[in-house]
Structures are given as structure tokens and as C-alpha cells.
Design a protein around this ligand. Structure first.
Ligand code: SF4
Length: 70
């Protein structure tokens, strides 16, 4: 399977300097190991704080719903 890094990077909202931009499989596995979810699970104003915890994700979804994910 061909890596879609270039295409994926166009939709990546992560502002952290990281080699995993657009390599979603590595990005997800990295954050999952840490009990977190990737930047794209958060709205831009929250993503920039770099709190990728599942607790923070639940808090944001509870407050804002899931429409920002579309
Ligand atoms: S969400 Fe995490 S792993 Fe993915 S590109 Fe950003 S900092 Fe890297």
C-alpha cells in the first residue's frame, strides 16, 4: 500500500513540530500508547495547547459536540 503522507498532511491540523505529520498510522499508534488521541481529534484552538489526553477529548466533545470533526 502506498503511503498517503502528502495527501494526509493537507488535512493535518497539528501545530507541533513532528516527523509524523501525515503519517497517520504512526501518529495514531504513538498517541494511543500514551493514552491520547492525535491533534485532528481537537478543534484548532484546543490542539495548540498540546493536551491530547482522552480526558481532554471527552471534555471538549461534551462541551462542543462532534460537529467540529467533520
Ligand atoms: S498529532 Fe502528535 S504524532 Fe501526530 S503529527 Fe502531531 S505531534 Fe506528531
Amino acid at each position: 500500500m502506498e503511503c498517503k503522507k502528502e495527501t494526509n498532511s493537507k488535512f493535518c491540523n497539528c501545530t507541533y513540530s513532528c516527523s509524523k505529520h501525515g503519517v497517520c498510522c504512526d501518529c495514531l499508534a504513538y498517541h494511543r500508547r500514551s493514552g491520547e488521541v492525535p491533534a485532528c481529534y481537537f478543534p484548532n484552538d484546543i490542539e495548540k495547547d498540546y493536551n491530547r489526553s482522552i480526558d481532554n477529548f471527552i471534555k471538549i466533545v461534551t462541551e462542543r459536540g462532534t460537529s467540529y470533526l467533520k
